[in-house]
Every structure is written in structure tokens, then in C-alpha cells.
Write a protein that binds this ligand. Structure first.
Ligand code: ATP
Ligand code: MG
Length: 579
């Protein structure tokens, strides 16, 4: 492909809102253009990358017998009322929705469980039709609170979503295992370095959910990994072992201490330098929406630990939780914010205890009185020994739950998420099949998502340098960047044309920079920016059929090769990459 024939523009300025390199570089290279927050035009180069990713995604799905289809983006409210998700998605603000000319409510699909469940319900009668895995690659719409990082968190983005349908729970797990392998293959083939992690599976529980994280310091997700045991989990879900602090020898009587303006553990440590953080309990107050009602929940937790709201939401079966506001705190504690404690809270507060408080004795806690804390409090003596649940966030250096290794916290970009759904949607929407005894049974489902556009962005986030992007060969917009130094020079014209023709006739795509009025330096700058991995420079030695060979992002010197050798290198690299 001759670059001179393309609309190709690179910009000098980076967008002001670019917080990560992938966003800045893709915008500067003209791959993406923003038209509104989180809504982008994919330029021709970007589209080539996305199609490459899609090709790999399709290939791996088709290989295991998944069937591709396409569902509508516009979805009627009625289907979402059947699953019971309309109100929640509307309240969360994530749903783009509107009324049509007849007044019916419609949304733009953020996901397709409702549509696919309805489809399968109307298509499947008998157990003989199952199992089935259906998928689509389609544009999704989510009115994200904070669209950012370019394609990473868009409001309109491309997703591959697949759904499995099985007769039994065991068969669902089989489908899930198949998809786990499919996902590993896809991300490997895209040339990404990634970590599969255990993920929060919401109210359904169990080991039924895994996320695929592209390793990147700028990733939005924190993950807990252990190099010794191989444990890897999203911090939302991760567990660890916490050792209880020693119990004090003297069992002193509980008493109040004035703690003027000491509202945080930091303040309290200054007042009581001899008391370790492990023996200070904080009491965190939340407002939880559970079903249609709102409840105030207090959670006690050790001073050196942090709570995990996802675990809390799951335990409560809550739709959402938020920190209690000042008025609520004052009402339930009778004190200013910062002095809440487990003793003497208002009766309507539900008191919970995090696992970290287990075995803690002789501790400090708020007294529900402004500027006052209790000291030397003992469970079982001054207040009942609570039942504890793990509501904690794992921390760097924690022991793994099995005690065999240490946890490290790293960051990642979630590019895929697989999930055992069970019969949640099939029961709500009446998707069932006739078993061998002609009895109606609910269908067991799984769902599996890949952020296709996010995959592309995360590849750049993981692979770039000062000069620009470095695409992994399997998903690069072109395999070869052919830079011609002096266009119009007969020998160079002929050799460049020959290399392009030869490679393209073999199905290898070449971007030929044949622009006339652009200086070589500028061509190299552009080539670095757009990051096509294999580079052939046709210059001075074209008459001797000699070219300069280099690989973008690889720290080895440029080599002078014959055109034949260079093309052999291209073939070998393309073959090895599976492109
Ligand atoms: P996140 O936690 O990042 O908001 P999610 O868990 O809501 O994502 P899923 O519903 O699991 O996302 O969607 C499947 C995949 O779609 C995700 O793994 C991710 O790769 C991609 N994805 C989700 N939201 C976006 C978005 N706003 N922009 C781009 N890709 C997205
Ligand atoms: Mg997810």
C-alpha cells in the first residue's frame, strides 16, 4: 500500500486529556480521533489493527465450535425488565437510553445477556440442541462516569461477547474451561504479556470468574500475585492470611480517654505511640442499599488494614454502598465524625466485623462520643466476641492464604472477563429446555467478554518508547514498513516496487512510504510513531539490491542486507508470529 495514496496525518500536539502513553500516541498518529468524551473515530490504521485483533478472536472461537452472530445494539426495555436489570443500570447511570417516537423505552446495549437469553429461549426446545456457544463482535455503549485513557475506557467501544448454554452445572463448567483456554490462546496470539486472575463473581460466588489482565503499571486494576505459589487474584477478590497481634499480658479495665480532634489512626498514633496500629480498631460506617431499603452498616477493622467494598457489597447482597454522610454518622453515633465505635451504636445499625479483628485484645476504639476513645477493650468482656467475615483488602507483603508465599501487588488492564452465570438469566427470563424425561429445566449459562478496542490500546500501553508505538507483529496495522529515501530515483523506485509486489503477492501487507516531498528524517519519525514492527529502508544502495533492515523496538543495530535476505527475514517473522 502506497502511503502517498492514503489520507495519512500525524500531529505534533498530544491531546491535553491524554493521561497514558497509548492514548497520546494513538491520537498523535491519527489512529483515533475524539469527537466526544469516550467516543472516538477509528482511523484507517486503527481499523486495520482492530480487524487483526478480531481475526484472532474469531479464529480461536470458531476453532472450538462457537458460532458467530450479530445482535442489535438497540434493545427494548421490556427485556431488561424481565431480567430485572433496567432500574439498576439506569440508576447507576451507565445505560444510554431514550424513548422512541411511540414512547417506548429503548437502550443502547452495554452488554447482551438479555437479548441472547431471549433469543435462545425462543430457539431451544430440547436438550438435544445443547450445548451451544454463541458470540458476536459488536459496538457496546456504556455511559461511564469517567471515560478516559482513550480507547481503554470508552463510552462506545468494541466488544466480543460470547454466551454458553448448557443442560447442567457440570456442562457449564466444561464450556467455561473451554473458553478459558480460548482466552489464553487469544491474548498470547495478540502478543500481549498478561496474567489470568481470579475475579469477583458478584452475588453468584464460587470459583466461577476469571479476568485477563494485561500487565501494565498504568492499569486501573490492582492485582495480588505470589511468585512462589502462582496465586493471582484481582484485589477486589484476593484473600490473604493475617497474623493476629500478641495479646497484652495485663488485662486492664476498659476506660475512656480524651482524644481531642484525633479522628484518624494517624492522629491516634501520635497520642498513643506505644499502642501498635494492630490494636486500634476503626469503625467504618456505610449506607447500603439492600433491595428497596437503605441500611446503615458499621464495620470494625484493624487500624493497619483497609476494607474492601466489593466484598462488603457481596456479603450484604447490596445494590450499592457508600460511606455514611456526616448527618448519618452524627445520628447513629451521637458524635462528630471520627469517633465511631462498636460499643453504644444506635440500634438500627448493623454491626459487622472484618477478619482482621480476630484475636485482637486490649484494643482502642471509638467511644461514640466526640473527642473520646475507649482503651483496653476486650472482646468477650466489654463487648461480645463478633463473628468475623473477610472484608479486607490484601496488602503488599501479606502471606498468601495457604501461608506458603508473600503477596505482591501489581497493576493490570482488564482485557477479558469470563464468568459462570448459572441460571440467573435463564430463570428470570424463562429460558429452558426439555430434558430426556420431557421435563422443563433451566439452561445453564456462561458469559465471556473481550474488549477488542481495549486490547489494541493495551498492546500500545505495554509496547512503546520515546519515539512512538511498537505494535506486536500479530496485530500491527501492516507487517512491513518500507521506507523509500528518495522517491523518483529510478533504482530505488524499482526495488521498492519489487519488494512491495513480492511480499504482497504472498499475502504480507506492506506500507510503502513513497511520499515525495517528505525528508527521510520525517519519514523515520513517522515510522517510529506508528510502530510497524518490521522495517526495510530502500536508499542509496538500491542499485546493488541492498537495503537496511531493522525491527522496531528491538535494541539491535540496523543491518545491511540484500533485498532477498530481507524478504526472507520478513517471511520468517510473519510465520513465527502467526500473523
Ligand atoms: P471495567 O471493570 O473495566 O469497567 P467491566 O468489568 O465492566 O470492565 P465487562 O462487563 O466484564 O467489563 O466487559 C467485558 C470486557 O469489555 C472487559 O473485560 C473490558 O476488556 C471491556 N470493556 C468494558 N468496559 C469498557 C469500556 N468502557 N471501554 C473499553 N472496553 C471496555
Ligand atoms: Mg469485568
Amino acid at each position: 500500500m502506497r502511503l502517498s495514496k492514503q489520507l495519512f496525518v500525524t500531529l505534533r500536539e498530544e491531546p491535553a486529556d491524554a493521561e497514558v502513553r497509548s492514548h497520546a500516541l494513538m491520537a498523535r498518529a491519527g489512529f483515533i480521533q475524539k469527537i466526544a468524551a469516550g467516543i472516538y473515530v477509528y482511523g484507517p490504521m486503527m481499523w486495520r489493527v482492530l480487524r487483526r485483533v478480531e481475526r484472532i478472536v474469531r479464529d480461536e472461537h470458531d476453532k472450538v465450535g462457537c458460532q458467530e452472530m450479530l445482535m442489535p445494539a438497540a434493545q427494548p426495555r421490556e427485556l431488561w425488565d424481565e431480567s430485572g436489570r433496567w432500574d439498576r443500570y439506569v440508576n447507576d447511570g451507565i445505560l444510554f437510553h431514550f424513548r422512541d417516537r411511540k414512547g417506548s423505552e429503548v437502550c443502547l446495549g452495554p452488554t447482551h445477556e438479555e437479548v441472547i437469553t431471549n433469543y435462545v429461549k425462543r430457539m431451544v426446545q430440547s436438550h438435544k440442541q445443547l450445548p451451544a456457544i454463541l458470540y458476536q463482535i459488536q459496538t457496546k455503549f456504556r455511559d461511564e462516569i469517567r471515560p478516559r485513557f482513550g480507547l481503554m475506557r470508552g463510552r462506545e467501544f468494541i466488544m466480543k461477547d460470547a454466551y454458553s448454554f448448557d443442560c447442567t452445572a457440570e456442562a457449564m463448567v466444561d464450556s467455561y474451561q473451554t473458553m478459558r483456554t480460548v482466552y489464553r490462546n487469544i491474548f498470547s496470539r495478540c502478543g500481549l504479556r498478561f496474567t489470568p486472575v481470579e475475579a469477583d463473581s458478584g452475588a453468584i460466588g464460587g470459583s466461577g470468574s476469571e479476568e485477563f489482565m494485561v500487565d501494565a503499571d498504568t492499569g486501573e486494576d490492582a492485582i495480588a500475585v505470589c511468585r512462589t505459589t502462582g496465586y493471582a487474584a484481582n484485589v477486589e477478590k484476593a484473600i490473604s492470611q493475617i497474623l493476629a497481634p500478641p495479646v497484652p499480658e495485663a488485662e486492664l479495665a476498659m476506660h475512656k480517654e480524651p482524644t481531642p480532634a484525633a479522628k484518624s489512626c494517624d492522629d491516634l498514633q501520635k497520642l498513643f505511640p506505644d499502642l501498635p496500629l494492630e490494636r486500634m480498631l476503626k469503625t467504618v460506617l456505610y449506607k447500603a442499599v439492600i433491595g428497596d431499603s437503605e441500611q446503615v452498616v458499621a464495620v470494625i477493622c484493624r487500624g493497619d488494614r483497609e476494607l474492601n467494598e466489593v466484598k462488603l457489597i457481596n456479603h450484604l447482597g447490596a445494590v450499592a454502598i457508600e460511606m455514611a454522610d456526616e448527618d448519618t454518622v452524627k445520628r447513629v453515633t451521637g458524635a462528630e465524625v471520627g469517633f465511631a465505635g462498636p460499643i453504644g451504636l444506635s440500634d438500627d445499625v448493623r454491626l459487622l466485623a472484618d477478619k482482621s479483628v480476630e484475636g485482637v485484645q486490649g484494643f482502642l476504639c471509638g467511644a461514640n462520643e466526640t473527642d473520646t476513645h475507649y482503651l483496653d477493650v476486650w472482646f468477650g468482656r466489654d463487648l461480645p466476641k463478633p463473628e468475623t467475615v473477610d472484608f479486607g483488602t490484601v496488602q503488599e507483603g501479606d502471606l498468601t492464604a495457604d501461608g506458603k508465599g508473600k503477596i505482591e501487588i501489581t497493576r493490570g488492564i482488564e482485557v477479558g472477563h469470563i464468568f459462570q452465570l448459572g441460571t440467573k438469566y435463564s430463570e428470570a427470563m424463562g429460558a429452558s429446555y426439555n430434558d430426556e424425561d420431557q421435563k422443563r429445566q433451566p439452561i445453564w449459562m456462561g458469559c465471556y467478554g473481550i474488549g477488542v478496542s481495549r486490547v489494541a490500546a493495551s498492546a500500545v500501553e505495554q509496547n512503546h518508547d520515546e519515539g512512538g508505538m511498537i505494535w506486536p507483529l500479530p496485530i500491527a496495522p501492516y507487517a512491513v514498513h518500507l521506507v523509500q529515501m528518495k522517491v523518483g530515483n529510478e533504482e530505488q523506485d524499482a526495488l521498492a516496487q519489487e519488494i512491495q509486489n513480492t511480499l504482497e503477492s504472498e499475502g504480507i501487507d506492506v506500507l510503502w512510504d513513497d511520499r515525495k516531498k517528505i525528508a527521510p528524517g520525517a519519514k523515520f519519525k513517522d515510522a517510529d510513531l506508528i510502530g510497524i514492527p518490521l522495517r526495510i529502508v530502500v536508499g542509496r544502495d538500491a542499485g546493488e539490491r541492498q537495503i537496511e533492515w531493522s525491527v522496531r523496538g528491538v535494541d539491535s543495530p540496523r543491518e545491511n542486507l540484500s533485498a532477498e535476505d530481507a524478504m526472507a527475514r520478513v517471511r520468517a517473522a510473519v510465520e513465527e508470529s502467526g500473523r
